[in-house]
Design a protein around this ligand. Structure first.
Ligand code: A3P
Length: 291
């Protein structure tokens, strides 16, 4: 059983999210809440675990009391999976919360209370690649179909949570109006300690270098892949079937090169240039080059 996509204020969202849209939009953020916002498959779980470890001063055991999706609840899914809205309401402040909503759909209470926002962006090609494999597993979305069809849908913004292009630009253009830290997956991959330090400063913490090193180690791909509280192995199978692919898939920059054909890449690039022509936002598509 799979859910289809439904337009909500012009953005395609899983129909299970569309069904509860009014409740989601009316989510009551509190002063001090921290929102982790990402386009899907951009390293959300990674930054969630980094934030958790910073908050617990690098104590991994304290981060192990529950799976990551319970420790940092996903505000779009409170009506259909644990933790529910009541549990999230009862969480002590400051709460750390996750969303994939594009800027314009973020519940207004977050802006009203000037909540801190950590936005993590990942280059479009790797996000599309990761999303394609994810949509084989995730039942909240329709079947992905062939890669060629999927790539077209990604470029047209006809995938869950809509257009990657609008999402990354939306937060980028508004970041200076809010208390927002805008980060890149590729930067964390290359310079994990200095990026973790940025998050630490942003959250008002000051941890010694040895703790930062420990956090970088515990949140590396290989460690998180083997961490049951971070790797989604505890997630209900009816919602995510990991028999063919796993949530912690490769965790690399540039894996798109194994999926895109030369002609798909040319087409993608032409379209990318048009959609990204008016922004100052730049991404690394592999560790060596910039686009
Ligand atoms: P891949 O499918 O390319 O491997 P999200 O959490 O937003 O759904 O993103 C999932 C992607 O982030 C997957 O990408 C996953 O492997 C990757 N990821 C998760 N933890 C990571 C880590 N510690 N380091 C690098 N990548 C990680």
């Amino acid at each position: 059983m799979r859910f289809q996509l439904k337009l909500v204020e012009g953005v395609p969202l899983s129909e299970i999210i569309a069904l509860y849209w009014q409740e989601i939009k009316n989510f009551q953020a509190r002063p001090g809440d921290v929102l982790i916002a990402t386009y899907p498959k951009s390293g959300t779980t990674w930054i969630q675990e980094i934030v958790e470890m910073i908050c617990h001063n690098g104590d991994l055991e304290k981060c192990q009391h529950a799976p990551i999706y319970e420790r940092i609840p996903f505000i779009e899914l409170l009506q259909c999976m644990p933790p529910d809205a009541e549990t999230v309401n009862a969480m002590p402040s400051p709460r750390y919360l996750k969303t994939h909503l594009p800027y314009q759909l973020v519940p207004p209470s977050f802006w009203k209370h000037n909540c801190k926002v950590i936005y993590l962006a990942r280059n479009a090609r790797d996000a599309a690649t990761s999303y394609y494999y994810f949509d084989h597993m995730a039942k909240i979305h329709p079947e992905p179909g062939s890669w060629d069809q999927y790539l077209q849908r990604f470029m047209n913004g006809n995938v869950g949570w809509g257009s990657w292009y609008d999402h990354v630009k939306g937060f980028w253009e508004e970041k200076d109006k809010h208390d927002m830290l805008y980060l890149f997956y590729e930067d964390i991959k290359q310079n994990s300690i200095s990026e973790i330090q940025k998050v630490m400063w942003f959250l008002g913490k000051d941890l010694p270098d040895a703790t930062l090193e420990k956090i970088a180690h515990c949140t590396s791909f290989s460690q998180m892949k083997n961490n049951a509280m971070a790797n989604y192995s505890t997630f209900p199978k009816e919602m995510m079937d990991q028999s063919q692919y796993t949530f912690m898939r490769k965790g690399q920059v540039g894996d798109w090169k194994n999926l895109f054909t030369v002609s798909q890449n040319e087409l993608f690039e032409e379209d990318y240039r048009k959609k990204m022509s008016k922004t100052t936002l730049k991404f690394q598509v592999s560790i060596e080059d910039m686009s």
